[in-house]
Write a protein that binds this ligand. Structure first.
Ligand code: 4GX
Length: 256
């Protein structure tokens, strides 16, 4: 089934290139995905096409007016009354892989991108079904956040990643970080690919990869280990890793 995204924005031009390249571009060509932008300014009935105004009560910046957004949403919704309306904001629920998977089960999402100091509160109260944040930092508008959401969600649509891969197989799905990858040459300026990967010993390769995934996760994201489904073998590998760390082997490069 085709999934559809309608994006309500003051800057529709921002979406043309990023979503038409590579994997998402192919998905659109294959008819698995439809992405449409709606310019909120087209729904202003004002003679100067005004879409923002100063905040009641005073304060800095501008607020997006309720009427143009209401009309733009009603136009998008008229084609599918059951479409969910999402507002991208740092105040929303944090986007993660589980939320992306859940959203991918919807046929039609309407994404509202705010600019300036955000939208009039009555937009949220009357129209928004869900508020989502892509992370604890401040962007200049919701457009890049909408693109991040579309990218993460689209990977779950069957066929988007190609027949031999699925988003469910990604390591994040089992709550570990990825193991390190290498390709030719085997020796780059004296920095060599781990011997085991050249050995052709598939069980040894699998064990090495699992151990490296566990090592990275325990060093960089120990919070993920508590949620991971660890086997007896995993716990044994983790003990070896933690012992290695305590005697001063391979930590993380520091970022200070
Ligand atoms: N994850 N932004 C929303 C407008 C705004 C300002 C104030 C509400 C209150 C963001 C994020 C994000 C920038 C989108 C501010 N909305 N969106 N915009 N982080 O930073 O989703």
């Amino acid at each position: 089934m085709k999934m559809r995204f309608d994006i309500l924005t003051l800057f529709p031009g921002m979406f043309s290139s990023p979503l038409q390249e590579s994997i998402l571009g192919k998905a659109i060509e294959k008819g698995l995905l439809q992405i449409r932008t709606i310019n909120i300014r087209d729904y202003s009935q004002d003679k100067h096409q005004v879409v923002d105004d100063t905040p009641y009560g005073g304060g800095q910046g501008m607020v997006m007016k309720v009427e143009p957004i209401a009309r733009a949403i009603e136009s998008a919704k008229s084609q599918n009354p059951s479409a969910r309306i999402i507002y991208l904001t740092p105040q929303g629920k944090p986007l993660n892989q589980d939320l992306a998977r859940r959203l991918s089960t919807q046929l039609h999402l309407i994404l509202l991108c705010g600019r300036y100091e955000g939208v009039d509160e009555r937009v949220r109260e009357l129209f928004i079904d869900e508020e989502i944040s892509i992370g604890d930092y401040v962007l200049t508008g919701g457009e890049l956040a909408a693109m991040v959401l579309i990218d993460a969600v689209s990977r779950f649509i069957p066929g988007v990643l190609g027949s031999d891969r699925s988003a469910e197989e990604d390591s994040f799905f089992n709550s570990l970080l990825e193991y390190p990858q290498y390709t030719r040459p085997s020796d780059f300026r004296g920095s060599c690919v781990p011997e085991v990967l050249l050995s052709g010993n598939h069980s040894a390769i699998s064990e090495w990869r699992r151990k490296e995934a566990l090592r990275r996760t325990s060093l960089r994201r120990p919070d993920l280990l508590t949620k991971a489904n660890l086997s007896e073998e995993d716990r044994k590998l983790l003990k070896e890793i933690q012992h290695g760390n305590s005697i001063g082997h391979r930590g993380l490069p520091n970022t200070d």
